[in-house]
Design a protein around this ligand. Structure first.
Ligand code: SF4
Ligand code: SF4
Length: 146
């Protein structure tokens, strides 16, 4: 799940807000870093990380729940921007084929979509049809038929 947005790296461009398929992020009204507004909808798809040209987002690998991370440990680990580097997102045309390894994201995205669908179903259970009103033509039930 998305775990941290580094304020000092973020330029408020809003790319992550637009890239997130499940509307986890809201733009900051003040033009600063986006707000993680709906963490429970995060499917750990890493799109926000991929689209952040400033490498200001860290998504943790755990899809099951929020992760508490120490931002400075994450920064020192070299994990920031890893998704972009691993998928050659910034390669100039003709240098390396952008997204050469993008297929590796397939299973991860599939699992994220499945988790998201299950969460949606839990939050929006099907509505039961209303009971039919009793017909006035029907004879009232007798004591023996109850
Ligand atoms: S990991 Fe995916 S679902 Fe979660 S905030 Fe980023 S883009 Fe949205
Ligand atoms: S994409 Fe990166 S720089 Fe742009 S608003 Fe999101 S976190 Fe900030």
């Amino acid at each position: 799940m998305i775990a941290h947005i580094f304020e000092d790296l973020c330029n408020g461009c809003g790319s992550c807000v637009n890239a997130c398929p499940t509307h986890v992020l809201d733009p900051s009204p003040a033009g600063g870093p986006p707000v993680i507004a709906r963490l429970d909808q995060c499917q750990t798809c890493f799109m926000c990380e991929l689209y952040c040209a400033s490498d200001a987002i860290y998504v943790g690998p755990d899809q099951r729940g929020p992760e508490i991370v120490d931002p400075e440990t994450v920064r020192a680990s070299g994990a920031l921007g890893q998704m972009r580097r691993d998928h050659i997102w910034n390669a100039p045309p003709g240098d390396q084929e952008p997204l050469a390894e993008y297929w590796r994201l397939g299973p991860l995205l599939m699992e994220g979509a499945q988790i998201s669908a299950r969460r949606y179903a839990l939050k929006h259970p099907p509505i039961e049809p209303a009971a039919e009103p009793a017909s006035p033509d029907k004879a009232p039930a007798t004591a023996s038929s109850r």
